[in-house]
Design a protein around this ligand. Sequence first.
Ligand SMILES: Cc1cc2nc3c(=O)[nH]c(=O)nc-3n(C[C@H](O)[C@H](O)[C@H](O)COP(=O)(O)O)c2cc1C
Length: 338
Amino acid sequence: MNSPLKLKGKGISRIINSRVIQSPLAGVTDHIFRRYVRRWAPNSLLFTEMVNASSLNLGYGLQKVNQLKNEDGPVGIQLFDNNLYSIREAALESEDSGAYIIDINMGCPVKKIAKKGGGSALINNPKLAVNIVKIISKAVRIPVSVKTRIGWSNEDKNIEDFLLRLQDAGANMITIHGRSREQGFSGSANWEIIGELKEKLDIPIIANGDICNGRDAIECLKITKADGVMIGRGVLGAPWIIGEIDSVLNGCKNFNIPNVEDKLNLLIEHIDDLVEEKGNHGLLIARKHISWTCKDFCGAKELRNRLVRANTSKEVKELLLNKIDFLKNNNYSQNQLR
Ligand SMILES: Cc1cc2nc3c(=O)[nH]c(=O)nc-3n(C[C@H](O)[C@H](O)[C@H](O)COP(=O)(O)O)c2cc1C
């Protein structure tokens, strides 16, 4: 079930020994978070957050590209822009810094991005979308991919033509989120449409949307016949999920899912990393991870409420360590903890 993913680039091809990919998630998949995902997923392709190519050329966000130099496994960068010059320069810079592949965002529904002609707006501007793929694939040697949706609206009849044109322009892989731009994140992902589109295309197709565990991944691969799956929201509060799904696809039955104590220790470690690198801002970022982690166990809500009100990382750590002690002293078994 888990054959390698082969991506053909113009000069350099990539073989990835996992069909499970971690999606680009703005505000989440920074280099610190990716380090945690990597612990359980040594072979998987992980993505950066989306990076604005124009601001990169102005010098902003350069650290996101430089961080690619220190990754322990395959990491692709996702770029967005509607400016051909900027996106080409950003792609070259990313390739030089060690990006495993370059992905172009053609699916983001956020108004701020679509209004400027980037992200999902490119679905309605195939000419520009094609030119972006062409100019990048001509410039870099590594594979170039696109992440998009099943259309602007659910009635969009042009998506097949759009994807074929991107393939002809040089895209080496396409990820399809099974929702339309109009749907945003509502409703459910349509895996059947992804399967119909997969049949028409020759390059690797990655299915995305509503895949949260190994069972979903198996079902989605059965329906879509896709070459791989991409996991987005499933990693929030669960950085091991990419590795867990990968091990399910490999037929392995004894993946060690972290228990609550492990999860809380992991959160402490993550907060330490964030605060060490970003100071007080790190604590603000940590709040999101606290909310995603502190759920589905006894006393989680109360702990979460106290943690997000804490003003210093010392306070946060004390609360977490107290909870871990409480769980230990009360002899909670692994099952009770989950
Ligand atoms: C917090 C958050 C940030 C996201 N950021 C990006 C992004 O930077 N680039 C992108 O292509 N998609 C982004 N997405 C969309 C996801 O990558 C993914 O396509 C979508 O969540 C559907 O997959 P899922 O059901 O596995 O979450 C984001 C989604 C969320 C929830």
